[in-house]
Design a protein around this ligand. Structure first.
Ligand SMILES: [Fe+2]
Length: 224
């Protein structure tokens, strides 16, 4: 089972304040049955120098790999805060999940969240495969507009533990628009409890998401 969205690299962002926290997060993931984690530290192109982000990710990932010898496969990627023109970033492919064209893309909460259409379209034309992070956080209309452009989404586990709004999320899973489940873990509380609860709620659909995530990681092609 894959956790598609997690802040577990020690000191890479506010998700983990250091090695002990990261190792605890991984122990919790193991106990929940997770076998693959996409490590997605925040990247804010408006704030962070790209080279600094890449260097910090590389350093924190290798520090973690030197200490963690458990069974979970960890893939260093990013949660990329979208901005207009991001497709022009030289080396943008470094933000993809390794070996894929998949790029976890976070929409802003501000008004310009809906202005990314042309940027996303150019990313798709360039062969990138943006997945919208935590589609549960935005208006349904906004997200469905992006789905109609050819984008897909990731859902956060905690949104599936609440009654309010989850019917829509299940529909998107059933329609094939939501392809991945993520813990979006920050720190060690509540750890992987929402992830396990969400999977219990999803039942067979959790396996459908596992298969979709596995396809994304192995082929990184648009489904269907
Ligand atoms: Fe996140």
């Amino acid at each position: 089972m894959t956790d598609f969205h997690a802040h577990i690299l020690p000191g890479a962002d506010h998700g983990s304040d250091g090695m002990e926290t990261s190792l605890t997060q991984l122990a919790l993931a193991e106990a929940a049955g997770v076998d693959t984690i996409i490590a997605t530290p925040h990247y804010y192109p408006q704030i962070d120098r790209f080279s600094d982000f890449l260097a910090l990710r590389e350093r924190t990932f290798s520090e973690l790999m030197n200490r963690y010898h458990g069974p979970i496969r960890i893939l260093p990627a990013a949660e990329v805060h979208m901005c207009v023109g991001l497709d022009h970033l030289n080396g943008i492919e470094e933000l993809c999940i390794p070996g894929t064209d998949v790029i976890l893309s976070e929409l802003s909460f501000r008004g310009y969240a809906g202005n990314m259409g042309e940027t996303f379209t150019r990313m798709l034309d360039d062969g990138l495969f943006p997945i919208l992070a935590h589609v549960d956080r935005y208006s349904h209309t906004l997200i469905e507009n992006y789905f109609s452009l050819g984008l897909y989404g990731q859902v956060n586990a905690d949104a599936l533990t609440r009654h309010f709004g989850r019917k829509q999320l299940v529909e998107w899973i059933d329609e094939g628009f939501v392809l991945a489940l993520g813990s979006d873990i920050h720190g060690t509380k509540p750890g992987y409890a929402p992830f396990e609860k969400a999977r219990a709620f999803l039942g067979e659909r959790a396996h459908v998401l596992d298969q979709a995530a596995a396809r994304l990681l192995s082929e990184a092609k648009l489904p269907g």
